[in-house]
Ligand binder design. Structure first.
Ligand code: ADP
Ligand code: TPW
Ligand code: MG
Length: 566
């Protein structure tokens, strides 16, 4: 604050931004410093906001996005202009794609320079660049509009289907002075940023009716259900009705994976044979084969619970659409259910149980083998053993084979504890997600990373060490994308340096490195590292021949039409 010669108290754009964020309960910022936001970051820290400075904006943005998923409050990422903004934009787009609430705030050049393309230091029309990739994009052009801009950004990020919002702050707005009283009055404390969306009772009745007619019902839970924090309501509905459930990867742990009603080990069978599927907070996108054969039967009737009305019929007919927020919908469903009204047939439950047992037995041989070098199964069994008594550990996971095997082998027991590549199957979320999970929850984080996946955000190992976060990264080192190059072959498009020592990277920053070549060593390293509560990186040596091309989604690789004709 400053006093003009008139005695009037003054403030500036920097202070108003910080005041607006604090007023709305934003207590953490993720970002990278530079012109024109360095002083804004310094002021934020001085005002009691926690700040995590990253080595690349994409990781800072990923951290903000996953903080949004975990807390239902928009995660805030701050970047410099043009290239910094564009680096963060990938994370903003990823947040929007995954329905995570996030706000990307970037400093920008003054309008008079950008709009006439006079050629500024880091010039870019950022707001318009952001628009196609964000749920909303706003620009603040006057200091007295900062409060409004922040309020609109928060509302847009959190309400309805959550998503990423871009907020552009020009250098001119940041430096501008405003009298303090006007500034105070301009601030907005958002009331009810994510209003409930109460479902129409008719839609609830229709859904219950359909379920009550079903012999082979199934509930499919997606990450929207995890986000909604309706854990008790969902569990109660599933246990009261006895309907089997299937979690999408980030919905794992909403009910524990070892729950008797989980159909996860008979996934294709459960989806293919169900007569009614209730989809809760999941889209029928590529991850669910668009609701199409061969995974799905045409005869199956669908109930879909989603906050976004246009999600209905996006891939196939939804017989009972229920538009509402998942918590309100589950409350209404539980209230509408009469005892015994929904009853899966005994045949259905028996068939599922048999399938599950057969599949578990088939997997057991693979899981119990102890090859040298380790393969994905044996390495993951080692980790599973190491964390058997640590359900509180947050799991971050990316890669191809590393992702698929981890999703199947590592059980989750608590909601929102599995954070992964999500809707895009994007590489690079690893260290950003890990930093935010540790920062937001204070709990230990285990990041299981393919060696390629790790490389996209690996420099953030320094960030993890700098803030001394309890993050243990395990690099599944098979010398490449999907697998390593054969001995003696020239470097291929998927191969990396053979026998890299990733554990040395963390030692450069004072963290603890481990080199694990067998299952006993890997179990011991994971246990010790998690118990230490300190940054660690475990280089887990995996057979370079063990992986398969693209993991479980090799079918998505385009195959030449010419090859088919032959
Ligand atoms: P998954 O990848 O796990 O299948 P998706 O990201 O495809 O899940 O789907 C999440 C869905 O959840 C989106 O369609 C989104 O609109 C919806 N959603 C998010 N939050 C809520 C909420 N609070 N209530 C209802 N639906 C929600
Ligand atoms: C931003 C394409 C999908 S999976 C993957 C890449 C590069 C890495 C797989 O190798 P990794 O795992 O991590 O070593 P593993 O166990 O199979 O060896 N760029 C982006 N996103 C994606 N998805 C890709 C490229 C890809
Ligand atoms: Mg690899």
């Amino acid at each position: 604050m400053d006093k003009q010669s008139t005695g009037q108290e003054l403030t500036d754009g920097f202070h108003i931004v910080v005041d607006a964020l604090k007023l709305n309960g934003i207590d953490t910022i993720y970002g990278v410093a530079g012109i024109p936001i360095t002083d804004l970051l310094r002021l934020s820290v001085a005002s009691g906001i926690k700040y995590y400075g990253f080595r690349h904006e994409q990781s800072a943005g990923n951290a903000a996005a996953i903080a949004g998923f975990l807390t239902q409050k928009p995660g805030v990422c701050m970047t410099v202009s043009a290239p910094g903004f564009l680096n963060g934009l990938v994370a903003l787009a990823n947040a929007t794609t995954n329905c995570f609430p996030m706000i990307l705030i970037s400093g920008s050049s003054d309008r008079n320079i950008v709009d006439l393309e006079k050629g500024d230091y880091e010039e870019l029309d950022q707001m318009n660049a952001a628009k196609p990739y964000a749920k909303a994009a706003y620009r603040v052009n006057r200091p007295e509009d900062i409060g409004l801009g922040v309020a609109r950004a928060i509302r847009a990020a959190c309400s309805g289907r959550p998503g990423g919002v871009y907020l552009d702050l020009t250098a001119d707005v940041l430096r501008s002075a405003l009298d303090a009283e006007t500034a105070r009055k301009s601030l907005i404390k958002v009331v009810d940023a994510a209003p409930k969306v109460i479902p129409d009772p008719e839609t609830i009745a229709r859904a219950v009716q359909l379920l009550s007619e079903a012999k082979n019902p199934l509930v499919l839970l997606g990450k929207g259900a995890a986000y909604a924090q309706a854990d008790q309501e969902i569990r109660s509905f599933i246990e009261k009705t006895g309907v089997p459930f299937l979690p999408m990867s980030m919905a794992k742990g909403l009910l524990p994976d070892d729950h008797p009603q989980s159909a996860a080990t008979a996934r294709s069978y459960a989806i293919g044979q169900a007569d009614v599927v209730m989809v809760v907070g999941a889209r029928l996108n590529w991850l669910l084969s668009h609701g199409k054969a061969p995974l799905w039967s045409e005869k199956t009737k669908l109930i879909q619970v989603d906050i976004s009305p246009t999600e209905m019929d996006s891939n196939r007919l939804i017989h009972a659409p229920v538009v509402g927020d998942i918590k309100s919908v589950m409350v209404a469903l539980n209230a509408a259910l009469k005892p015994g009204q929904v009853k899966p047939s005994k045949t259905w439950l028996d068939e599922l149980a048999q399938r599950k047992q057969k599949n578990v037995e088939r997997m057991a041989a693979q899981l119990n083998a102890d090859p040298s070098p380790m393969n994905f199964s044996s390495a993951l069994r080692s980790i599973k053993n190491a964390i058997a008594d640590r359900p509180d550990v947050y799991l971050v996971n990316e890669g191809a084979n590393t992702l698929d095997f981890t999703r199947n082998i590592i059980d989750m027991r608590l909601p929102r504890h599995r954070l992964d590549t999500g809707t895009w199957g994007v590489m690079g979320i690893g260290m950003g997600y890990a930093v935010a999970a540790a920062a937001v929850t204070g709990k230990p984080v285990l990041a299981i990373e393919g060696d390629s996946a790790f490389g996209f955000s690996g420099m953030e190992i320094e960030t993890i060490c700098r803030y001394n976060l309890p993050v243990v990264t395990v690099v599944f080192n098979n010398n490449g994308i999907y697998r390593g190059d054969p001995e003696g072959s020239p470097v291929t498009p998927t191969g990396f340096v053979r026998g890299a020592h990733y554990e040395k990277m963390i030692e450069a920053f004072g963290g603890k490195g481990y080199y694990a070549t067998d299952s006993a060593g890997l179990t011991a390293a994971v246990k010790e590292a998690l118990a230490s509560g300190k940054p660690a990186l475990i280089n887990a040596v995996i057979d370079p021949k063990a992986g398969t091309e693209s993991g479980h989604i090799a079918n998505l690789n385009p195959k030449s039409a010419l090859a088919e004709k032959k």
